[in-house]
Design a protein around this ligand. Structure first.
Ligand code: ZN
Length: 92
């Protein structure tokens, strides 16, 4: 009885597909009281923007509703005074 070996291709589906962008549970602003949302801190806010300058949705970033609202407001303020981009680089 010939035993058929499966080709070695099917290897990365099980554990490597679940790996995507760093997933932390819960709101990082709730977790750390020293981490405040400030429109002047563009460095911190830019963590919540995509490459194209869009705000990362709550379901991805894990922020709570309250802090996502604050963050959104802060990002919009920062954009207005040109600390953050409205849109990323120009693509054709
Ligand atoms: Zn929060």
């Amino acid at each position: 009885m010939a035993f058929e070996r499966k080709p070695a291709v099917k290897k990365m589906s099980s554990d490597s597909t679940r790996r995507h962008v760093a997933r932390r549970k819960g709101c990082r602003f709730c977790a750390d009281a020293t981490n405040v949302i400030d429109y002047k801190e563009a460095e911190n806010l830019s963590n919540f923007l995509t490459e194209r300058g869009k705000i990362i949705p709550r379901r991805i970033s894990g922020n709570c509703a309250k802090h996502q609202r604050k963050l959104c407001e802060a990002i919009k303020r920062a954009r207005n005074i040109a600390l953050l981009p409205f849109a990323g680089r120009h693509f054709n």
